[in-house]
Design a protein around this ligand. Structure first.
Ligand SMILES: Cc1cc2nc3c(=O)[nH]c(=O)nc-3n(C[C@H](O)[C@H](O)[C@H](O)COP(=O)(O)O)c2cc1C
Length: 193
């Protein structure tokens, strides 16, 4: 059974990307995956600062590394800010990839990332659905040696996309998200995730 981690790059209470994360999680569970939805807002992680890090890596950064490492496949739901991904997502990835000097497990900063199968989704109220954020997230993840799935989906007009139960209302949108979920699970199996 694939251990799949899903998280959104937004801490906003009514985040479209959080809703998308839960919709994708339901689809993956229906396909037999064991899914963890991680709320980044539950982690007490400051803005990255190497001086701060030199005083000791925050405990929740270690927790984040452990969660990422424990899941061989991920789906990231990325909001778009100014044509790119959010500061929250960048800060999270920067901390997670920063080596912990002298640590028996986390001295290698790439450990939580190398070999992960990653599916990308985005959601925005705009017509492009946050697609441009994914074009920036792609090379970042490849640089960290993730296997980024070619199937990606950007959910446009997100404020009207979900019904009261959090389901996507339009079939074409369901199909778009489902295709990403299925490819992540397929690639995860093929790569032994
Ligand atoms: C600083 C800032 C820049 C934004 N830039 C874009 C943008 O380039 N493209 C876009 O589609 N939406 C943009 N938005 C709108 C976000 O997509 C919108 O706030 C969305 O709800 C964020 O995702 P969330 O609902 O998951 O929090 C921007 C929002 C902010 C605060």
């Amino acid at each position: 059974m694939t251990q799949l981690l899903i998280f959104a790059g937004s801490a906003r209470q009514h985040s479209f990307n959080r809703q998308l994360a839960h919709a994708a999680a339901a689809m993956a569970r229906a396909k037999g995956a064991e899914v963890t939805v991680l709320e980044l807002s539950t982690l007490d992680i400051p803005l990255y600062n190497a001086d701060l890090e030199a005083q000791g890596t925050p405990p929740d950064v270690i927790r984040l590394k452990e969660i990422l490492d424990a899941h061989p496949a991920w789906i990231i739901c990325s909001p778009e800010y100014n044509g790119s991904y959010t500061g929250l997502l960048k800060n999270t990835i920067d901390w997670a990839s920063s080596p912990v000097k002298g640590h028996p497990v986390w001295a290698d900063g790439s450990k939580p990332f190398t070999g992960k199968v990653v599916g990308l989704l985005s959601a925005s109220n705009g017509a492009l659905g946050g697609l441009r954020s994914l074009s920036h997230l792609n090379p970042l993840l490849l640089n960290l040696h993730c296997w980024v799935c070619p199937q990606q989906y950007a959910l446009s007009r997100a404020s009207a996309a979900f019904d009261a139960t959090g389901q996507l209302q339009v079939e074409a949108q369901q199909v778009g998200v489902q295709a990403v979920v299925e490819q992540v699970l397929w690639a995860g199996k093929r790569l032994g995730a």
